[in-house]
Design a protein. Structure first.
Length: 375
């Protein structure tokens, strides 16, 4: 046997151990309590998630560049720019100056003008317009071309073989139209989508020139539809109600009478140039949808308000003084009357009155001269 035998294990648990079974029910509640708390949190969180987020902006750092970008957004880099070219003779210079003032600097529009005085399609010795136009369209690459040529073309047309078709020849209109079609074709070759306008010549003051430009305009008007360009009439805006040359116009806005033409009855004053430009812009705005601009509105208003009027009739010329017939003269003496003078010179008072209409027979004065009839 061992010296110290092992103590047998007690069959009843100690008091501390006996108390542990009393905590088992509470320990079994922990899973349930955790589940309850989880469900309660879900109930509180889910409605908050479903609510619309607060729209009140928070504090954010804003750079100055951001502010300016919001106020004035930059135009897209791919914005289309349309190019407008105006060419022609001296009248086109007045037109181009006014259009440049109205359209220069308008966003989305590039404006170019090229006018040469005294030139035309019948004067290749001064300027070869076909060659010059090729250079212009190659350089400017326009989408819209406005041509004003014709005021100097009341002349023979040079034919390709070196001959001439004279202005009085019935073949002249077609020969001239062929010259104009050549310019339109040059534009089309450069850009098939190009829009081309041909501006007619205003009426002229000198009768033969006025008749000539009407023939020029008729040839251009007939040429345009088949060639693919648009004709802009300017005869009506510069003609009075009787379809005659008008040197002046009445401003409907102010009631003033203003001058349209310079003393040569060919070129334009400032008001005349504005009327011409407004007439052309009216056609362009209707077809091309140009961007809005204050200058455009101003010229359109001038074209609306300026109405050509007939010149007032010139004052009747004063009757030329009747020449006093030369002849003998009697010097009135003291006591003489017209009857006595007539008797002394063997004539009548009636003849003396006819020769001296300014003489009052009742108021003759000493030394006065009285003309006598010739014998």
């Amino acid at each position: 046997m061992p010296l110290f035998p092992a103590r047998p294990r007690p069959t009843t648990p100690p008091a501390s151990a006996a108390a542990r079974p009393e905590n088992r029910p509470f320990r079994s509640l922990w899973p349930s309590l955790v589940a309850v708390f989880f469900l309660a949190g879900a109930v509180l969180v889910l409605p908050a998630c479903e609510r619309e987020p607060d729209k009140t902006p928070g504090t954010a750092k804003v750079e100055p560049g951001d502010i300016f970008r919001q106020r004035a957004p930059e135009p897209p880099a791919c914005a289309t720019v349309r190019r407008l070219l105006v060419i022609g003779d001296s009248l086109s210079i007045s037109l181009g100056e006014q259009l440049e003032h109205a359209l220069g600097g308008v966003p989305g529009l590039d404006f170019t003008r090229d006018g040469t005085r005294s030139t035309g399609l019948t004067r290749p010795d001064l300027l070869n317009w076909p060659e010059h136009l090729r250079e212009l369209v190659d350089k400017a690459a326009p989408d819209i071309v406005v041509i004003m040529i014709g005021a100097n073309d009341v002349m023979p047309v040079q034919t390709p073989d070196g001959g001439h078709v004279y202005f009085e020849d019935p073949a002249w209109p077609e020969a001239y139209a062929a010259k104009a079609r050549e310019l339109v074709a040059i534009c089309r070759q450069a850009n098939p989508r190009m829009t081309i306008y041909w501006v007619g010549v205003p009426t002229m003051g000198e009768a033969s020139l006025a008749s000539g430009v009407k023939k020029v305009n008729a040839a251009l008007r007939a040429m345009c539809p088949a060639a693919g360009c648009r004709y802009i009439d300017t005869q009506a805006p510069f003609s009075d109600p009787n379809d005659q040359f008008a040197r002046h116009a009445k401003d409907a806005a102010t009631g003033d009478i203003v001058s349209l033409r310079t003393p040569d009855a060919v070129h334009l004053t400032e008001n005349g140039a504005r009327l011409l430009a407004g007439t052309v812009l009216k056609a362009l705005v209707a077809q091309e949808h140009l961007p809005p601009a204050a200058g455009i509105d101003e010229l359109l208003a001038r074209a609306r308000d300026l109405q050509a009027v007939a010149d007032p009739d010139p004052p009747a010329p004063k009757p030329a003084p009747q020449p006093v017939p030369r002849g003998p003269v009697h010097t009135v003496r003291q006591g003489e009357t017209l009857a006595l003078i007539a008797k002394r010179h063997r004539t009548t008072e009636e003849k003396l009155h006819a020769l001296n209409p300014g003489v009052d027979a009742r108021r003759l004065s000493i030394g006065q001269k009285v003309r006598l009839p010739r014998r």
